[in-house]
Write a protein that binds this ligand. Structure first.
Ligand code: NAD
Length: 492
């Protein structure tokens, strides 16, 4: 498997479909290596996939829930058995270390199992006998769902949509990102094979495919994870046909380090470093700005650098020593570097972190040595923009109110974290505008598939994971059977 090229096709109505054009996917650690090819589908291909999902919907929505759960559990078993093969492919095309790819698959499976275990309770009709009759509050499937996923966690951010949508009786067309299209396609095919033709379809391509998926009148819901700017286009495209939407968008998550945080707590420092640099910082919910109480700022910076130097080892995703692999693509390297350079020009101190395991490889691939930026201005781009890469600014605050104001002074509100004595931290957390706030941990370390995840402000709308993440693929249908069928105040 290790060096084979993987060729992926679209899947429309249960059949593989060869597109006329394909795009190569390079290995970010060894850019000269083509890992595989994904199709570049056209708008016409996309229309066919939507038609297939539309035609499959009525009978799928009527199918028994037990049958749907059985099919999904069978897909889970198949993916489990092929975890190692899928993880290797993901690391080759994405650049994330093998442990990180395996972790992504494990979280995906955990969620799919949670969805199977809990969907019956969520879909159950609520039947109410009351003083004026009987009311059934049912949960219906919505229809065809267009799912669009990003490159950073392609498998988990696709299965997060596929499992609840299909279990609730919807059909779907999924479009992964061209920047990590291969492993997610393998997983999607494995799921699609367990379901009737047309229930789960797969297309690939660029924005034109996305535009069809988000504007076609036969699509009832959009489930999108990606950037906030892309979401603005999607909302406009979907406006004409008023589609349901779940939007999981960008973040610029603040980590607030309170005066009573113990800077000598090595485990806590390691957790913080990981929550800044896991997956080379390419996570929506990673801590992207650190605000530290001024009274401990200098000591914190010193200990933080020590902890980062202990954990960070930049190298090949398949080297067991590696904790951080390359950045996924060259454009992202250039963007993150431009933010760091800008801060430096304006007087900030930039400290390189960790070890480079193989200097030759580092020069050739899309690697970036992680950095911490000290003394940036509060309104520098490195602080106010989502970096989505291996760098983080540390800035001081004067008191808790100041920290809360700094954290909230953002268009984003995905996650956040507060570090210090627990009661104190919870008190501060209550004032932060975010979908999730974690105490003494952050990012993926504090994620739990049983609880709803999503953002406030321009970080999105709706929730994935938890029971809300299942409900998001249903619509409420009230069947009212009143005793008295006439309205008393309408004249004869
Ligand atoms: P992106 O917005 O560039 O792309 C996401 C997807 O949208 C891709 O599949 C892309 O091909 C597609 N797309 C592009 N233009 C489109 C259009 N006009 N219509 C429809 N689809 C279109 O995002 P990305 O660079 O792949 O991912 C990084 C971003 O995703 C970051 O901002 C990150 O914070 C965010 N993200 C959010 C979450 C979350 O759960 N909130 C999770 C992961 C990533």
């Amino acid at each position: 498997m290790a060096d084979e090229q993987v060729v992926i096709d679209a899947m429309i109505n249960g059949e593989k479909f060869k597109a006329e054009k394909q795009s190569p996917r390079e290995n970010p650690a060894h850019p000269e290596e083509v890992v595989g090819y994904a199709p570049i589908n056209t708008r016409e291909d996309t229309v066919r996939a939507i038609e297939a999902a539309h035609n499959a919907f009525p009978s799928w929505a009527e199918s028994s829930l037990d049958d749907r759960i059985r099919r999904m559990r069978s897909a889970i078993q198949n993916i489990k058995h092929r975890t190692s093969e899928i993880a290797k492919l993901l690391s080759r095309e994405h650049g994330k270390p093998l442990y990180d790819s395996e972790g992504e698959i494990a979280v995906s499976l955990m969620w799919m199992e949670y969805a199977c275990d809990n969907v019956a309770e969520v879909l159950k009709s609520d039947v109410q006998e009351h003083d004026s009759g009987r009311t059934i509050i049912a949960k219906d499937a919505i229809g065809v769902v267009s799912a669009i996923s990003p490159w950073n966690y392609p498998i988990s951010l696709s299965t997060i949509k596929i499992a609840p949508a299909l279990l609730a009786g919807n059909t779907m067309v999924l479009k992964p990102s061209p920047l990590a299209p291969l492993a997610v396609s393998l997983v999607t095919e494995m799921i699609a094979e367990e379901f009737p033709p047309g229930v789960l379809n797969l297309v690939h391509g660029e924005a034109d495919v996305g535009v069809e998926l988000t504007s076609n009148p036969k699509v009832a819901k959009i489930a999108f994870t990606g950037g906030t700017e892309t979401a603005k286009h999607i909302m406009k495209a979907a406006a004409d046909t008023i589609k349901h939407m779940t939007l999981e968008l960008g973040g610029n998550d603040a980590a607030i380090i309170l005066s009573d945080f113990d800077v000598n707590d090595e485990k806590a420092m390691r957790r913080l470093v990981i929550s800044n640099f896991l997956t080379a910082g390419q996570i929506c919910m990673i801590a992207k700005r650190i605000y530290v109480d001024r009274s401990i700022h200098d000591e914190f910076v010193e200990k933080y650098i020590e902890a980062a130097n202990r954990w960070i080892r930049v190298g090949d995703p398949f080297n067991e020593q590696t904790t951080i692999g390359p950045v996924n693509n060259k454009k992202q390297v250039e963007f993150v570097q431009s933010l760091v350079d800008d801060a430096k020009t304006k007087g900030a101190r930039v400290v390189k972190l960790g070890k480079i395991l193989d200097q030759d490889l580092y020069e050739k691939g899309y690697f970036m040595q992680p950095t911490v930026v000290i003394g940036a201005n509060y309104d520098d781009p490195i602080v106010v923009e989502e970096q989505f890469g291996p760098t983080v600014p540390i800035l001081p605050f004067n008191d808790d109110r100041h920290a809360i104001d700094l954290a909230n002074d953002s268009i984003f509100g995905l996650t956040s974290s507060v570090w210090g004595e627990e009661k104190h931290a919870v008190k501060v957390a209550r004032h932060i505008q975010a979908g999730t706030t974690m105490i003494n941990t952050a990012a993926i370390q504090g994620l739990d598939v049983r609880f709803p995840f999503g953002g406030v402000k321009q970080s999105g709308m709706g929730r994935e994971y938890g029971k809300e993440g299942l409900l998001a693929y249903t619509d409420t249908h009230v069947i009212n059977i009143p005793d008295d069928k006439e309205l008393p105040y309408i004249p004869e």
